[in-house]
Design a protein around this ligand. Structure first.
Ligand code: MN
Length: 176
C-alpha cells in the first residue's frame, strides 16, 4: 500500500517543482499556498490552512502570482498591502498527478491534482475551482491515500517555521 501510494507521486519525465506554505498574520491570519508553475508562484490564501482529512474541504482564494524568489521569504512586512508577519510553515516539492495536462493547463481549467513532498505535508491533494471572478474561489482537498489522516492537525501540532524553527511571535519580535 505504502509503495503504491509513493509510486502515484511519481510522474515520468517531469521534474519536481517547489511548493511553499507561508503562514501570514496580516489583517486576518491565513496560510499562503504557493506552487511553482512556469517561473512564477501560483498562489492561494487559505484561511484555515490545508487539512489532511479528505472530508475537510478548505477554502482557498486564488490571489496574484508571486515572484519565484519569494518562496523562502520569512519575516515582517511593514506598512501597506499584506503588512504583518510571515512564517515559512512548510516547503518542499510537488509533482503533477494529471497525466493529460501540464500544471498550468490544469490550473487554467480549474482542476489540479498533485503530490506534495514537504516537511509537514505529504500526499496527494486536489485543488478544485468553485467560483471564478477577480478572486477565484477554490477548495483544497486531501486525496485519499496513505498520507490522509483525519486525526493529524499539523497547523496546531507543528506550528514552527521550517526555515528557522521560530514561532510567529518570535518572528514578529525579531524580524527577518
Ligand atoms: Mn497572505
Amino acid at each position: 500500500m505504502r509503495l503504491a501510494a509513493a509510486a502515484r507521486g511519481r510522474s515520468v519525465g517531469v521534474p519536481a517543482r517547489r511548493f511553499v506554505i507561508q503562514q501570514h498574520d496580516a489583517s486576518t491570519l491565513h496560510y499562503d499556498f504557493r506552487l511553482e508553475v512556469d517561473g512564477v508562484l501560483k498562489s492561494w490564501a487559505i484561511p484555515k490552512g490545508p487539512s489532511l482529512d479528505p472530508r475537510e474541504k478548505r477554502l482557498a482564494v486564488q490571489v496574484e502570482d508571486h515572484r519565484l524568489d519569494y518562496y523562502d521569504f520569512e519575516g515582517v512586512i511593514g506598512e501597506g498591502y499584506g503588512a504583518g508577519t510571515v512564517l515559512l510553515w512548510d516547503a518542499g516539492t510537488y509533482r503533477n498527478l494529471d497525466d493529460e495536462r501540464s500544471m498550468a493547463a490544469a490550473i487554467a481549467t480549474g482542476h489540479a491534482k498533485f503530490w506534495l513532498q514537504g516537511e509537514k505535508l505529504t500526499g496527494g491533494f486536489t485543488l478544485q475551482r468553485t467560483r471564478g471572478g477577480a478572486k477565484p474561489q477554490w477548495l483544497l482537498i486531501k486525496r485519499r491515500d496513505d498520507a490522509a489522516d483525519a486525526r493529524r492537525n499539523p497547523e496546531s501540532t507543528q506550528p514552527g517555521s521550517v526555515k528557522s524553527g521560530r514561532s510567529l511571535r518570535q518572528i514578529a519580535r525579531e524580524g527577518t
